[in-house]
Design a protein around this ligand. Structure first.
Ligand code: DX5
Ligand code: ZN
Length: 221
């Protein structure tokens, strides 16, 4: 069970401090890269990721919500991101790009929007280290979790298990104490949480609580 606080819900003018606030508790820092084209919002890009890498020991989990991931994704891996995730809906040459990410030393992630069937990723699963199922439409933090993605998560788990692959399953969007147990039961093992962590008085404690709940649900399931 791994928890990745999303910096989208943090104070962008104090990113190093916000990273510090979860340093002992989180497994990853999730960085949402948005280009204002693939999604209707604009956040940060490679220069900010490069700076952040100098100020945190947590590995960065870069989620690229951009129109041209084939062009830009390998650069994030070369810069030192621990994981780089591209959207299937945006990639022109997903196999080549996923291989480029791995070749540059990062874990390769593939993200699917809520309306994209998991079966669309079936021929790519052996190229990926992590499959990200969006549980909101990408673009903004603080949106309500889409319960309808849970059956897809179960199908993803079955697909991965059936092929005996070691692909992590990540959920991102609206994840919090109200639904993390259901996500874990359905097969997720990496949980992105923005508001649920950074809107809390004690972000590190919020991460611990999320982890406990996910772990308990997985143990019981
Ligand atoms: C949405 C982003 C998410 C978002 C999660 O497009 O990919 O990572 O920041 O934030 P919350 O947990 O607030 O939904
Ligand atoms: Zn994200």
């Amino acid at each position: 069970m791994q928890i990745a606080p999303s910096m989208l819900a943090a104070d962008f003018a104090r990113l190093a401090d916000e990273a510090d606030a979860v340093a002992g508790a989180a497994d990853w820092l999730h960085v949402d890269v948005m280009d204002g084209h693939f999604v209707p919002n604009l956040t940060v890009g490679l220069p900010v990721v490069e700076s952040l890498l100098k100020h945190t020991s947590l590995p960065l989990d870069c989620h690229l919500m951009i129109e041209a991931p084939d062009r830009w994704a390998p650069g994030y891996a070369e810069a030192g991101a621990g994981s780089v995730t591209i959207h299937l809906e945006a990639a022109q040459a997903p196999i080549r790009t996923l291989r480029n990410i791995r070749a540059a030393g990062a874990r390769a992630g593939l993200a699917l929007n809520p309306a994209t069937p998991v079966e669309a990723s079936a021929e790519l699963l052996h190229e990926v280290d992590m499959l990200l199922l969006m549980t909101v439409e990408p673009g903004f933090g603080g949106q309500p979790f889409l319960d309808g993605v849970l059956p897809k998560l179960r199908r993803a788990r079955d697909l991965v298990k059936g092929r005996d692959l070691a692909v992590w399953l990540q959920v991102d969007g609206g994840v919090g104490e109200e639904n993390i147990a259901r996500c874990a039961e359905a097969g997720a093992n990496v949980f992105v949480a923005g508001s649920a962590v950074y809107a809390a008085d004690d972000p590190a404690r919020a991460v611990q609580r999320l982890r406990e709940q996910a772990q308990r649900a997985a143990d019981e399931g």
